[in-house]
Design a protein around this ligand. Structure first.
Ligand SMILES: C[S@@+](CC[C@H](N)C(=O)[O-])C[C@H]1O[C@@H](n2cnc3c(N)ncnc32)[C@H](O)[C@@H]1O
Ligand code: SF4
Length: 451
């Protein structure tokens, strides 16, 4: 049987599985976690330790049709400026609970489009954040930048505040594909912004590119990847386009019959992957590529690769606090998510309380299963005896669990001496294999696309 036929038989091309940026995944969060948990978990962070901070800005000047992110369109700066005041109030509230001497190993601004913030607000927010918790030595301040929504003044403000990693959204350079996904972005503009970022001494440039877009062919994605390579990004995320029009209404503007078939998606991914590898990038997990000197490549080599809400990371901090509407925090005790709607989040902060509406407190096998899923997604390998010792569970029981999953995937996985390995031919199945360890998942639940 060909590998494709085997992948088909194992359901790769008709399954919808989560990307496992958390375990349990956000759809399984419940309302038993509230602001009191967020406060208690924040207060329990050890004084003087390093944490990560994520800030969500849910605004965009234009709404790209393909986008499934939590954001809203606005042509005026007023709602963004009003939201920045809420963020500052939230930072002041957080500062009252955060133990002394905490520093930031990572600060990430995402969205939406954080560069919707005017320069004065960029300065005010970074000042407030660093007054609460300064950057740790070697820390990273990264910002998602839409090349269509940035100018010299905003870039200057970000660079002066210490941004040392910029992540630009590319998606695809082909004009016909851009038209079909409602995102006009000439190559020349992207190049100009990449140059402007580097001219300000920003150490690292990341780019997002998508496969599985309407009208995409292997030849077209190859051309887009080659154009992207001329910009020399340090790190690339090659995401599979998730077509979820029932969740993201604007995707209804993209007819389903213009999309490549699941088998074609796999070819598109492989075409792009082979070009990155040929150009000296290392494959990181299921969908990232990084130059050997990049932090992700180094973390992969030393077993330090982790997974969080932004995808892959080399951040070792055990607490990640999310501020802004819909942001999710992760603590050693569990997850806490802020109110998804900007209005509800704003109301809570103005009333002087955190907006936590949902979450999950870790219990039972959660942390063990979370770690199995994380190592499979990061290293394609789970060492049963080591995990059993780390989590204090019976190695025989864990070995039985691994054997059951290995059997389910009909010889596609290697299982020897208690170590479960996903060989390269089975890498496209990684999310499905991770799902086999997900005790909350109901097969067939609607998440994002499989690959
Ligand atoms: C939250 S967006 C922020 C980027 C920034 N606003 C921009 O447009 O450049 C981050 C990334 O999510 C990815 N993304 C958004 N919608 C997606 C979808 N439906 N499927 C897969 N990836 C998606 C895109 O690659 C995008 O660059
Ligand atoms: S891709 Fe970026 S700019 Fe476009 S709608 Fe999504 S967050 Fe906004």
């Amino acid at each position: 049987m060909t590998v494709d036929a085997q992948l088909t038989r194992l359901g790769l091309f008709d399954a919808r599985v989560p990307r496992y940026t958390s375990y349990p995944t956000a759809p399984h969060f419940g309302t038993s976690v509230g602001p009191q948990d967020f406060t208690a978990w924040t207060r329990a962070i050890p004084a003087g330790s390093e944490i990560s901070l994520y800030m969500h800005v849910p605004f965009c000047r234009r709404l790209c049709w393909f986008c499934a992110c939590r954001t809203q369109g606005t042509t005026s700066d007023d709602p963004v400026i009003a939201y920045a005041q809420v963020l500052k109030a939230e930072i002041a509230l957080l500062a009252r609970h955060l133990p002394k001497g905490v520093r930031l190993s990572r600060l990430h601004w995402g969205g939406g489009t954080p560069t919707m913030l005017p320069p004065a607000e960029i300065r005010a927010l970074t000042a407030a954040i660093f007054a609460m918790a300064p950057m740790a030595e070697g820390g990273e301040f990264s910002v998602e930048i839409d090349p269509n929504e940035i100018d010299d003044a905003r870039l200057d403000a970000l660079a002066e505040a210490g941004m040392n990693r910029a992540s630009i959204g590319v998606q695809d350079f082909d004009p016909e594909i851009q038209k079909a996904i409602g995102r006009d972005q000439p190559y020349a503009l992207t190049q100009e912004i990449a140059d402007a970022i580097r001219a300000r001494g920003v150490r690292s440039l990341n780019a997002d590119i998508l496969y599985g877009l309407p009208h995409q062919t292997p030849q077209r994605i190859a051309e887009s990847v080659q154009k992207l390579l001329t910009l020399g990004p340090d790190r690339v995320a090659l995401y599979g386009y998730a077509h979820v029009p029932w969740m993201s209404k604007r995707q209804q503007l993209i007819p389903s019959d213009s999309l490549p078939t699941p088998e074609e998606r796999l070819r598109l991914f492989e075409t792009a992957r082979d070009l990155f590898i040929a150009d000296g990038y290392e494959a990181i997990g299921i969908d990232h590529f990084a130059l050997p000197a990049d932090g992700l490549a180094r973390a992969r080599a030393t077993g330090g690769l982790r997974r969080n809400f932004q995808g892959y990371t080399d951040d070792a901090a055990t607490a990640l606090i999310g501020i802004g509407a819909s942001s999710i925090s992760r603590f050693p005790q569990g997850y806490a998510q802020n109110a998804p709607a900007t209005a509800a989040h704003t109301r809570a902060i103005r009333e002087g309380r955190f907006s936590t509406t949902k979450g999950h407190a870790f219990a039972g096998e959660d942390l063990l299963r979370a770690r199995i899923i994380e190592v499979l997604m990061c290293d394609f390998r789970a060492d049963g005896p080591a995990l059993a010792a780390q989590f204090g569970v019976d190695p025989g029981w864990l070995s039985g669990l691994f054997a059951t999953v290995a059997a389910k995937f009909e010889g596609m996985l290697d299982f020897e001496h208690g170590v479960l390995t996903i060989p390269p031919r089975a890498h496209p199945l990684t999310r499905m294999i991770a799902r086999a360890f997900d005790a909350y998942d109901q097969a067939g639940a609607r998440h994002s696309a499989a690959i």
